[in-house]
Ligand binder design. Sequence first.
Ligand SMILES: Cc1cc2nc3c(=O)[nH]c(=O)nc-3n(C[C@H](O)[C@H](O)[C@H](O)COP(=O)(O)O)c2cc1C
Length: 199
Amino acid sequence: MANPHIDSLKQRRTQYALGKSLPLSQEAVTALVQDAVKHSPSSFNSQSSRAVILYGAQSLAFWDLVKDALRKVVPAENFAQTEQKIDSFAAGAGTILFYEDQDVVKSLQEKFALYADNFPVWSEQASGMAQLSVWTALANAGIGASLQHYNPLPDAAAAAKWDLPASWKLRAQMPFGSNEAPFGEKSFMDDAERFRVFS
Ligand SMILES: Cc1cc2nc3c(=O)[nH]c(=O)nc-3n(C[C@H](O)[C@H](O)[C@H](O)COP(=O)(O)O)c2cc1C
């Protein structure tokens, strides 16, 4: 059965070949990202997810911070390869940084002590939901993206550069831009191994 939401989910793929042209204005992309995060669910409607949207030179500055951090931990002989990869993310039109506000998590733990152990887990799950919402919305608008995890390497430098609250914990980075290559092949495991249906 055709379903527009499932069609959008199918459209979302990892795109590493990013370019700088966008089919929408920056304002429209910003509104898309904000709406996608805003309308994603969170435990107790705690709205713990935060996003920093970086365009152009700001996005390049973020990937420079990542490079600076990686230079300290990657052996010199492997750095050229690492740099090439980071440059492919920087080649996009922008980057979305996904954060979770740990002050929200802490206050929930204090307020609902019975669930204290669950709130950090639910915060991670909420972040994943927000990430999927944004990624799918971008794909639906014809914008390519991938999901990266260089945290915690650039966290302190990024917090200082964009004056972010100390309670914001970086969870993922999503470079986005024009789709400059077809998507790769994707295989799927058997439904029979994955799902059990009882009626
Ligand atoms: C929780 C999670 C973490 C991921 N981390 C990375 C990552 O660090 N780097 C990366 O290139 N892709 C990452 N991916 C993307 C997956 O590799 C990708 O979604 C998967 O191979 C399926 O391909 P598709 O996105 O084209 O459907 C991650 C995806 C998920 C859901």
